[in-house]
Ligand binder design. Structure first.
Ligand SMILES: Nc1ncnc2c1ncn2[C@@H]1O[C@H](COP(=O)(O)OP(=O)(O)OP(=O)(O)O)[C@@H](O)[C@H]1O
Ligand SMILES: [Mg+2]
Length: 233
């Protein structure tokens, strides 16, 4: 197994009275795309939110790039190098696409602007709508803007929650192509219920159920295992 950029060991998370994550342990390898699968309510989003410190772990360890972050506040996790694209296509609708990018840049350095060429290659529509308000973008375009914003922030790891949600199949295919290119530039952890996207983009998988990891392995082994695939959604 290549070096892990992120490791969770025995992570528990409580939300109010509810014990949501009940000992999640997983590792994401640097330079690869790891997919979290599992039915609704399994704890996939909570796992990402716990890594970000948005719903802090009540027990267990989270190590990112050699550093313990289970007690870190969300801004500290972001500054350590973790980008987060939540479920709801988080873009600022009243701002233009360009303004959304400027906000997302940690620093408006020449390097950050140089990244735009890569972003326009990955997401051609963003160039077309550069001066348009983000609110006029389609669902798929908003999703791509949300991912591109996280990418321009120059993170070592991107956490992306259900990017295909609500998108038409043809848009999902476009997203698959973009995510596969994005993989060449950064490490990704993806929550995804669309098995087509998960299997096309993911290198490794973890299946969660009831706040625990119940299966894990190489995505290509999962693709060949019909029985196990049924339990992933
Ligand atoms: N703020 C909250 N307070 C109490 N329980 C919550 C809260 N947010 C989520 N939950 C519960 O935590 C469990 C895990 O939710 P989570 O959003 O992590 O699931 P998920 O695997 O992402 O599901 P989905 O595929 O539907 O997005 C669910 O049972 C959910 O009802
Ligand atoms: Mg979710």
């Amino acid at each position: 197994m290549p070096e892990a950029i992120l490791s969770l060991a025995g992570v528990h998370t409580h939300l109010g009275q509810h014990h949501i994550l009940q000992g999640v342990s997983l590792e994401a390898a640097r330079g690869r795309a790891t997919v979290l699968l599992g039915r609704n309510g399994a704890g996939k989003s909570t796992t990402l939110r716990t890594v970000m410190g948005l719903t802090p772990a009540s027990a267990g360890s989270v190590v990112f790039d050699g550093r313990a972050i289970e007690k870190a506040r969300p801004y500290a996790v972001a500054r350590a190098g973790v980008g987060f694209v939540p479920e709801d296509q988080a873009v600022l609708r009243g701002l233009t696409v360009e303004e959304n990018f400027r906000l997302a840049m940690l620093q408006e350095s020449p390097e950050a602007w140089a990244k735009l060429d890569t972003i326009f290659e990955l997401f051609a529509d963003l160039k077309k709508f550069w001066r348009a308000k983000a609110g006029v973008l389609s669902g798929g375009q908003k999703q791509m803007l949300a991912i591109a914003r996280a990418f321009v922030g120059d993170h070592k790891l991107l956490l992306i929650d259900e990017p295909s949600k609500g998108l038409a199949p043809i848009v999902v295919d476009h997203l698959i192509a973009s995510l596969n290119q994005l993989k060449q530039h950064t490490t990704i952890i993806l929550v995804e219920q669309n098995f087509h996207l998960a299997s096309q983009v993911g290198s490794d998988y973890f299946i969660l159920d009831d706040g625990r990891v119940v299966h894990s392995g190489l995505m290509k082994a999962l693709v060949d295992d019909e029985g196990l695939k049924q339990s992933s959604a």
